[in-house]
Design a protein around this ligand. Structure first.
Ligand SMILES: Cc1ncc(COP(=O)(O)O)c(C=O)c1O
Length: 506
């Protein structure tokens, strides 16, 4: 259904044009299965209103087929392009983007390895049954326990982030009677964000060691019989739209890589993750196969120039795989129009916010929104989707156009929330984190259940005690029986379905 073309609202950011159809799902922003059936958003064959009725809102929804086909697409793109120039590529899924046991199994089944960066992420991957040899362990401050656990379970690689970690990993590997494969994270001085990158000579950041320090640390690694050096690692940033930053970084790393070859083998080069996706129609990332081809050419040319053999190459995409495969469903609660200098912006408040999507508040990230339960030919209105938290910066979508009759009770879908939303979620204002549901072939199932009020109270040791003010003015804390039922805003999966539930007094 087409809206009548509208004029751009002067309050809209420069990149946002008024759409011809504020119901349409723009190409590249939404999961590949997203479509409208009888006006309603259907994803993975399941309608938005069915999902909301069954699980409540807010709700993270992941299109399984899309996530998995993106995993295969990025893997085959890099494998094919590096095979073309004469070497191999290994892909790691960056679990920090979103990790659950089932997603870990999808990734491994689709031929990827997995990066973890904490004992918790390691535990999830192991609970998924992933072969530890297919895991890489990152982090600038891994605890001694995490290093010990990783070496003990036989993790594939540990990415050493500092001089101190050389000794720590070597000692843990020795203790556990193993030879641990390691990479050394260097900061190449290249920082990239979308289409821009910045190249500096010196680094002032917490991750990695400098290019100048690398040879000394590699010598230290090589001197330890419990360590096996694989190669250098570098991650230059996120939301990178083209190959230039990767190329510059690869050239800088390969110069050091060539020096390291003089004293021993350097079988690998790991260029990290960071491939960008479209959150709005203004985002235009290079197609992944083209990006892979360009990076492969740069690495091959540089190796030829340095007259060194091509190393095996590794990459660690997270967002590119899972981001566009996910959406968040919200229910709109209140709306209000605000007039600013004669122009109008419609605020639409939803039942979640910065606790389920911290990226707008953290990074000023932009998102796109559509009404999910119906289409409308009302004239598009500039909207700002606000959360329900006690923060004026609690914005989910800073600016988009929706049909102007968007109303309380409408279901809203926000695109491309598959990465770094659930994983950055919080309990701010004691909102439970929403469930994550996978959809596929007309079926839905819970990947991670939502938090209930009981979950939120479970770690509070004072639950079941009440404080009464004594006649002398002091407070007396005493245990209290809470008889009968109390209302809890919990459901088995979401958080807005209410039902009566006995308070266990935990
Ligand atoms: C070392 C490393 N590898 C991979 C990634 C994944 O980045 P993205 O999800 O943008 O691909 C990150 C993200 O912070 C990272 O720090």
């Amino acid at each position: 259904m087409a809206n009548s073309p509208s004029t751009t609202n002067p309050l809209a950011p420069g990149w946002l044009a008024a759409p011809d159809d504020a119901n349409a799902f723009a190409d590249g922003l939404w999961p590949s299965s997203a479509t409208r059936v009888d006006g309603e958003l259907v994803i993975g064959g399941v309608s938005a209103s069915d999902l909301a009725a069954r699980y409540g809102t807010p709700l993270y929804v992941v299109d399984e087929a899309d996530a998995r086909s993106r995993a295969r697409e990025v893997r085959t793109a890099f494998e094919a392009e590096f095979a073309r120039v004469g070497t191999s590529a290994r892909l790691y899924y960056a679990g920090k983007a979103f990790l659950s046991t089932e997603v870990a199994r999808w990734m491994v089944d689709d031929g990827l390895n997995i990066d973890v960066c904490s004992g918790g992420e390691l535990a999830v991957a192991l609970a998924a049954g992933v072969d530890p040899a297919r895991l890489g362990f990152h982090g600038n401050n891994k605890s001694l326990g995490e290093i010990d656990d990783a070496t003990r379970v036989g993790i594939g690689t540990i990415i050493i982030d500092s001089a101190i970690e050389v000794e720590r990993v070597a000692a843990a590997a020795e203790r556990n009677g193993t030879v641990q494969s390691v990479r050394l994270r260097v900061n190449s001085g290249v920082h990239a964000h979308t289409h821009e990158y910045l190249a500096t000579a010196h680094e002032d950041q917490k991750f990695g060691v400098t290019l100048e320090e690398a040879p000394g640390l590699v010598a230290a690694i090589r001197s330890r019989h419990s360590l096996r050096f694989l190669g250098l690692h570098c991650h230059i940033g996120s939301q990178i739209f083209d190959a230039d930053g990767f190329g510059e970084s690869a050239s800088r790393l390969l110069a050091v890589h060539a020096r390291l070859l003089e004293d021993g083998p350097v079988p690998e080069l790991n260029l990290g993750g960071g491939f960008g996706i479209a959150y709005t129609t203004a985002d235009t990332p290079t197609p992944i196969r083209q990006l892979a081809a360009r990076i492969a050419d740069i690495v091959a040319d540089e190796c030829a120039r340095l007259d060194i053999p091509l190393p095996a190459v590794a990459f660690e995409p997270g967002r590119w795989i899972i981001g566009p495969a996910g959406i968040t469903l919200y229910t709109s609660g209140t709306t209000k129009a605000v007039d600013v200098s004669g122009a109008s912006r419609l605020y639409v408040s939803v039942d979640g916010g910065m606790s389920d999507n911290a990226r707008p508040a953290l990074y000023g990230a932009d998102y796109s929104v559509r009404i999910a339960n119906r289409v409308s030919d009302a004239e598009p209105a500039l909207v700002r989707i606000a959360g329900k938290h006690c923060e004026s910066g609690d914005i989910v979508v800073d600016a988009d156009y929706l049909p102007g009759d968007v109303a309380p009770g409408d279901l809203l879908a926000v695109a491309a929330t598959g990465a770094y939303c659930w994983s950055l979620a919080s309990n701010y204002n004691y909102l439970g984190r929403p469930a994550v549901v996978a959809v596929r072939d007309g079926e839905s199932r819970v990947l991670v259940r939502g938090e209930t009020i009981d979950d939120l109270l479970a770690r509070d040791t004072g639950v079941g005690m009440v404080s009464t003010i004594s006649t002398t003015g002091g407070s007396v804390i005493e245990p209290v029986e809470i008889p009968g039922d109390v209302v809890s805003t919990s459901s088995t999966t979401g958080r807005t379905t209410t039902h009566e539930q006995r308070n266990t007094g935990r």
